[in-house]
Design a protein around this ligand. Structure first.
Ligand SMILES: [Zn+2]
Ligand SMILES: [Zn+2]
Length: 165
């Protein structure tokens, strides 16, 4: 980017005395090398807070869906009067669906999001089916990933608002 189109970009947004070395990955605010090293990827405090919020709520949402899936699975198994082993399997499948769903969401190309309504129904039905198939396998991995993510967000949270220069 040419120097003259960003006259204020030469200095850190938090420290006017320091030259900017990098910029916030989300909003492009100029950051000095201290501010740029605070988070990975480089983020300003405002964007870091936003990322922490959305990442935490995403993980908590999946955990809640897991509880709901478990309840639905038990309810379904009871109403279908399944044998104990099938009931456990069904409950397990429903409990793990949210994590299978989350895995698929991460790898689903955005092109599917422009489908007409019938396409959407088909998309959700097939995604649900796939999510229930892969859920059991990806849940342990996804749970560890979510726990690590939440831990990382807690670390990030402790850095927000702190001046590390
Ligand atoms: Zn920012
Ligand atoms: Zn700075």
């Amino acid at each position: 980017m040419p120097e003259n189109t960003r006259p204020y970009a030469a200095h850190c947004a938090n420290h006017p005395d320091f030259d900017s070395m990098d910029s916030c990955s989300d909003c492009g605010k100029p950051l000095c090398r201290y501010c740029a090293n605070k988070f990975y990827p480089p983020l300003c405090d405002v964007c870091a807070t936003a990322r922490i919020g959305s990442e935490c709520s995403r993980s908590y949402k999946s955990l809640w869906m897991m509880v709901i899936g478990c309840i639905v699975g038990i309810g379904l198994a009871l109403s279908l009067k399944l044998s104990p082993s099938s009931a456990v399997l069904l409950t397990l499948i429903f409990t793990c669906v949210p994590w299978g769903w989350r895995t698929l969401t991460a790898i689903t190309p955005a092109v599917f999001l422009v489908l007409p309504l019938v396409g959407w129904l088909f998309y959700f039905a097939s995604k649900f089916l796939l999510a229930s198939l892969i859920g059991i396998f990806v849940t342990p991995y996804q749970l560890i990933k979510a726990a690590k993510g939440l831990h990382h967000m807690k670390n990030m949270e402790s850095l927000v608002g702190r001046d590390i220069v």
